[in-house]
Design a binder for this molecule. Structure first.
Ligand SMILES: Cc1cc2nc3c(=O)[nH]c(=O)nc-3n(C[C@H](O)[C@H](O)[C@H](O)COP(=O)(O)OP(=O)(O)OC[C@H]3O[C@@H](n4cnc5c(N)ncnc54)[C@H](O)[C@@H]3O)c2cc1C
Length: 369
């Protein structure tokens, strides 16, 4: 009996568990180590913030998936790997032995460049924590009177969607407040996406009265204010940081090859380039031959090839390479029941685009419930 340990209930591992439930493995034991039992589906989180989805609608119950896959669930946080002894180190729990290991623990916004971000901002990752803090925050805003300044730092897809979702929800919740949502970003919004998408989103921000400060990196967060790169302080009663993804610090102690930003370096089969007993997928891994943005859509796509390759290795076969697509459809919800879709150089907007996104996301969730 060999032991496969999956660390993290990210999007790719959710598929691995589903596939093992559909087609059980012979002669292998599977354990999932998860920090959160209910894992969020990133595509629906801005919709949750906007009040369009309930908590249950956008979270997957890992306990049920594990039960179906005959996998053991260990509710714990992995803190390291002792590769010589082939053990996964856990916080406040004994270590776990493995024969084969797969890591899908996601990423967290890089807050290292913003002074006092950890003390002064509401973290967007872990997303489970964001959900709890957001509901608490909305509760407090119901009775807020007068000016209410909310700042979102980070102009990637996550930051853009979050700013629009926050604006939509607070207009409903904080009725007595004089609301101003501001998005600040050190470059342009939606870097790497089509110019047409940037134009549309800028027009939507303007129409909705959301302030957009591009080429304005945040430098320091104090209670009630944020200092930007030009030295100006801006009032902020609440700050959300959605800056570029950063890797878990414990990867550096594993001795595994990392990319230049500290993410696990894997080859096209998703195996570590330095240890063929360790696979990694999703945000936490960088496929050196096929670099792609850190986005949920790629983590989702890696699920089927990861499941197949783990099965192959357990059967004594060679894992097969996987080439992710280069151009991909990105649909950004604007929080108000509309969305912008972009692929390659085009972008379209409308209510039907939101229905399309909603259909895709709900269909995905149904597969893993
Ligand atoms: C506000 C926001 C909105 C976003 N919207 C979109 C979007 O619409 N579309 C899109 O494609 N991307 C979106 N993203 C990006 C998206 O969240 C990530 O790319 C995606 O979640 C990565 O998936 P993953 O499988 O790598 O990891 P995650 O989804 O982050 O899952 C990681 C899992 O591992 C667990 N875990 C973490 N550390 C440990 C540990 N040490 N031990 C055990 N378990 C651990 C966590 O509990 C979690 O269950 C958004 C991001 C944010 C912040």
């Amino acid at each position: 009996m060999r032991h496969l340990v999956l660390i993290g209930g990210g999007h790719a591992h959710v598929h691995v568990l589903k596939q093992f439930g559909d087609r059980p493995l012979a002669d292998a034991e599977v354990t999932l180590v998860g920090r959160d039992i209910e894992t969020p589906y990133s595509g629906m989180i801005p919709g949750f913030v906007a009040g369009l989805y309930s908590f249950e609608e956008c979270h997957i119950d890992l306990a049920r998936l594990c039960q179906r896959a005959h996998a053991r669930l260990v509710h714990a946080e992995a803190t390291g790997i002792d590769r010589a002894a082939r053990r996964v180190l856990l916080k406040d729990r004994p270590a776990l032995d493995y024969d084969l290991l797969s890591i899908d623990v996601g990423s967290a916004p890089n807050v290292g460049t913003i002074e006092r971000a950890e003390q002064g901002a509401i973290p967007v990752k872990p997303i489970a924590e964001l959900g709890r803090r957001w509901l608490e925050f909305c509760g407090r805003m119901e009775t807020w009177l007068g000016p209410l300044n909310v700042m979102v730092i980070g102009g990637g897809a996550g930051g853009v969607e979050l700013a629009l979702a926050i604006d939509h929800r607070l207009r409903d919740v904080a009725k007595a407040a004089d609301l101003q949502v501001t998005l600040v970003t050190k470059d342009e919004i939606l870097m790497g996406q089509a110019q047409a998408a940037r134009r549309r989103l800028r027009a939507i921000f303007q129409r909705r009265g959301i302030r957009l400060l591009e080429q304005s990196g945040a430098e320091r967060i104090e209670r009630g204010a944020v200092r930007l790169a030009d030295g100006q302080w801006h009032q902020a009663d609440a700050v959300f940081v959605v800056t570029e993804a950063s890797a878990a610090p414990w990867f550096a102690d594993t001795g595994l090859p990392l990319d230049e930003r500290g993410f696990l370096a894997v080859d096209a089969t998703l195996a570590s380039t330095g240890d063929d007993r360790i696979f990694a997928a999703g945000d936490c891994a960088t496929v050196l031959e096929h670099r792609r943005p850190k986005a949920g859509v790629f983590a989702v796509r890696q699920g089927p090839p990861l499941a197949d390759n783990l099965r192959r290795v357990l059967n004594g076969e060679q894992p097969q390479p996987f080439v992710p697509q280069r151009r991909y459809l990105s649909i950004l919800g604007t929080g108000d029941g509309r969305a912008v879709a972009t692929r390659g150089s085009w972008a379209i907007e409308g209510r039907w685009v939101w229905w399309w996104k909603d259909h895709i996301d709900r269909k995905w969730m149904r597969m893993y419930r």
